[in-house]
Design a binder for this molecule. Structure first.
Ligand code: NAD
Length: 483
């Protein structure tokens, strides 16, 4: 029986990317995957041609047309003012969930742990990965951590939908909401709200630091972990490494319109071109892709052959150990070993339980209406402290206040330095000045503009402004430390 071929976009990437993609395509072809490959070029060479996004406009046509992408890792030049292509693709295609399963393959792949079968569901579009950063002054830089209620709801619902189809049906949420009460606090709060819709799923919340430590120490206690972008990224490498190697982790980036399949590891420049990289992460990602495009039988054949190869001890260098391996192979040798085992089944290792999620069920709920009241403004100021300590700055700021606003405090990197601040903290050349409502008098945008105008007249070098709102009477901004 011949199937209609499914078009997919394929990117060979950088570093070990071309080697592992070649190996993966050999296995897919040998297994009879019915795929029409559309190749696009992304990454280092595209950055070098002057495209700061790492991708040329024409390649977006292919990504949008096929809606299915198999991508090898790429190098994101550090610094240099270019943006991460991985983040851009995930956000442009609306791939809000990054699903990263990790399991142990003991005794075949050495690990201090056994019986680990956890899935990290990582939010993919928000958090510090928005990459919105500013230089505030000579000394100071700032990065914005952006989270939204719909963004939290979607990823958390996805995690619950995923978990309820697994035998243990447990979701652990990890945040740092003891410190970031508004951003991580929102994630935690939405987790509690959504959990009430899934009474059959066991839930728990952990602060990310102890949570990460527990993942490293007793990973078998976890089933599905849902967390925000940065924590999830770090945690999935930790989890994969302690279970054997980052080289065996495959991941799905999924949204309602498109999906991208990739290994969890990077371009591994230290071993690129040597023919020794483990293609397993990308191969397991390709298996998930085949299931996604309805070629489940072919996926199963490859998965079984891969598990049998691992059981037989044919291993690449990253996982090969004398005690567990029988043959140490390179990238190509590993692909050949998998191809030779197509049609065979593993004796002990079971296939992973990776349910697919109905995207319609992840839709965020309707926005509730709230009353929003402007109650003040934070003005970030570039200041040369040699000209005067906080007291003299404060007296200039007080003089600039329109009648409805008063200077409430000045802080340095979040710690109050006026009034009654710790003088030892005045080491940087920027500060935040909080102006708040006088009594119950309504504050308007005109009042804020008047304040800024007064500050400009006086020659104040302000570098940023954040308006302070209350929502339904509750504070929509955090207090400073010591406030
Ligand atoms: P890395 O994952 O590339 O490498 C970390 C270590 O793991 C290295 O020692 C490497 O040799 C080893 N390793 C990784 N994959 C392996 C494999 N398949 N087989 C055997 N060993 C493997 O992480 P890094 O060194 O921090 O990053 C290198 C580059 O990759 C950076 O430019 C980074 O931005 C990029 N990166 C890309 C992606 C992606 O495209 N999705 C993800 C992470 C990092």
């Amino acid at each position: 029986m011949s199937f209609k071929k499914t078009p997919i976009t394929v990117a060979y990437g950088d570093g070990i990317g071309p080697e592992i993609m070649t190996a993966v395509r050999q296995v897919l072809d040998a297994a009879g995957a019915q795929i029409d490959y559309e190749e696009i070029e992304v990454g280092e060479r595209v950055y070098d041609r002057g495209f700061s996004s790492g991708i040329e406009p024409a390649s977006w046509d292919s990504l949008r047309r096929t809606g299915v992408v198999l991508k090898a890792p790429i190098t994101t030049p550090q610094g240099k003012g270019v943006k991460s292509l991985n983040v851009t693709i995930r956000k442009t295609l609306g791939l809000f969930a990054n699903v990263r399963p990790t399991r142990t393959y003991t005794p075949y792949i050495q690990s201090k742990h056994k019986n680990v079968d956890l899935v990290i569901v990582r939010e993919n579009e928000e958090d510090l990965y928005t990459g919105i950063e500013y230089r505030q002054s000579y000394d100071g830089v700032q990065g914005l951590k952006l989270m939204s209620r719909p963004g939290c709801e979607r990823i958390i619902r996805y995690a619950f939908e995923y978990a309820q189809a697994r035998p243990r049906a447990k979701v652990t949420c990890m945040t740092k909401d003891n410190i970031m009460k508004m951003t991580d606090g929102l994630f935690h709060q939405v987790f509690e709200e959504v959990s009430s819709e899934y009474p059959n799923v066991e839930t728990e919340h952990m602060i990310i630091d102890i949570g990460m430590a527990r993942v490293a120490d007793t990973p078998e206690r976890f089933d599905v972990i849902v967390t925000s972008n940065l924590y999830g990224d770090i945690m999935s490498d930790v989890a994969a490494q302690i279970c054997g190697s980052v080289g065996v982790g495959g991941s799905i980036n999924i949204g309602s319109q498109a999906a991208m399949f990739e290994a969890i590891h990077g371009a591994a420049p230290d071993i690129a071109g040597q023919g020794i990289a483990n293609p397993s992460g990308l191969l397991l990602a390709a298996v998930k892709m085949l299931k996604h495009i309805g070629q489940g039988e072919t996926a199963k054949r490859i998965e079984n052959a891969w598990l049998k190869t691992i059981e037989d001890g044919v291993h690449t260098g990253d996982i090969y150990r004398e005690e567990t391996g029988t043959e140490r192979v390179g990238t190509e040798g590993f692909a050949k070993a998998v191809i030779a085992r197509l049609g065979e089944a593993p004796k002990k290792l079971a296939s992973p339980n990776e349910p697919s999620v109905d995207m319609a069920r992840t839709r965020p709920s309707q926005r509730q209406s709230v009353t929003k009241t402007l109650v003040g403004v934070d003005v970030f100021v570039h200041v040369l402290w040699a000209e005067g300590e906080p007291d003299s700055l404060a007296s200039d700021l007080l003089a600039a206040c329109p009648s409805v606003l008063k200077l409430e405090m000045i802080d340095s990197r979040g710690l109050v330095i006026w009034p009654d601040g710790a003088p030892g903290t005045v080491q940087t050349d920027y500060c935040r000045c909080r102006f708040s409502q006088v009594g119950a008098t309504a504050v308007t945008h005109h009042d804020i503009v008047r304040l800024l105008d007064n500050l400009a007249e006086w020659g104040c070098d302000f570098t940023g402004v954040e308006l302070l709102y209350n929502y339904d009477g509750g504070r929509g901004y955090s207090l400073a430390q010591g406030q």
